[in-house]
Design a protein around this ligand. Structure first.
Ligand SMILES: Cc1cc2nc3c(=O)[nH]c(=O)nc-3n(C[C@H](O)[C@H](O)[C@H](O)COP(=O)(O)O)c2cc1C
Length: 242
């Protein structure tokens, strides 16, 4: 039972006192009313845990009731090119990655679709504190490069201050023996990544964050930094922040 229901029950059970204008009852009702209104208006304090950027980051499970309704988020979705250096909280970082490619069913499938269910696209989170690889299965980030490499993850200045740049990298090896030419496989990987990215765009719109899907970045240098070979291809990037 949420606070609104408690308030209504309390008001009904105390309707006699209300008419008598009992000051204590009125004060309690007023506090309950204000709390209810704050929650209804979405102004209640939400948890905001700082991220500890160690070797690995245990991400939090998403709040499935958080954010704006999907149609409201759709009405607000727009690309941003103006970011501050304000960090994402652990709650926000966790939910951004879960929105992109988190497990959302017992069979291990993700929030976004993938051609032939292959899931060849990995997410690399470029942060001021290092580059991290996202594991959908474990919902964790593992550091794969130390230091701030955000300048490789974009070609536009706005991205270099933002707290999170996601680079989507496909492992074309997942298409081996599928009878699909490399060009077609690359195209399908791009489609997978676009789905991930749009989930993030909608999450951002629904949670007062900013985001932009990007095609521009220093792909060859990113692959070199991460030690990824010929079977890997950078398919998309994205900036997320405040
Ligand atoms: C695949 C893709 C790649 C994009 N690449 C870039 C980019 O490199 N830099 C940029 O500033 N915007 C980029 N954008 C954002 C588009 O410019 C933007 O979506 C478009 O102008 C429409 O604006 P809106 O997203 O606000 O509706 C990209 C969008 C998509 C879908």
């Amino acid at each position: 039972m949420d606070l609104r229901h408690i308030f209504i029950k309390f008001a009904i059970s105390n309707s006699a006192s209300l008419t008598n204008q009992n000051p204590t009852t009125m004060k309690t009702l007023l506090i309950l009313l204000i709390s209810t209104l704050m929650i209804s208006c979405g102004t209640a304090t939400k948890p905001s845990t700082p991220v500890t950027y160690g070797e690995s980051i245990e991400l939090l499970q998403p709040d499935l009731d958080g954010g704006l309704p999907i149609n409201r988020a759709l009405s607000l979705r727009a690309s941003s090119r103006d970011f501050s250096d304000a960090p994402l909280s652990l709650e926000e970082l966790s939910e951004v990655l879960w929105a992109a490619a988190g497990v959302n069913r017992p069979d291990g499938h993700l929030t976004a679709p993938s051609a032939i269910g292959l899931y060849p696209v990995s997410l690399y989170a470029f942060t001021p504190e290092g580059v991290y690889l996202y594991s959908s299965a474990d919902h964790t980030l593992t550091r794969v490069a130390e230091g701030d490499h955000r300048e490789l993850s974009a070609a536009q200045d706005f991205a270099f201050v933002a707290p999170l740049n996601i680079v989507y990298i496909a492992d074309l090896g997942k298409y081996n023996n599928k009878g699909i030419p490399r060009e077609k496989a690359e195209y399908l990987c791009g489609q997978d990544a676009a789905g991930y990215a749009e989930n993030v765009n909608l999450y951002a719109a629904g949670h007062s964050l900013k985001a932009i899907t990007r095609g521009s970045l220093r792909s060859a240098e990113v692959l070199e930094l991460l030690g990824l070979g010929e079977e890997h291809v950078v398919v998309l990037a994205q900036t997320v922040g405040k």
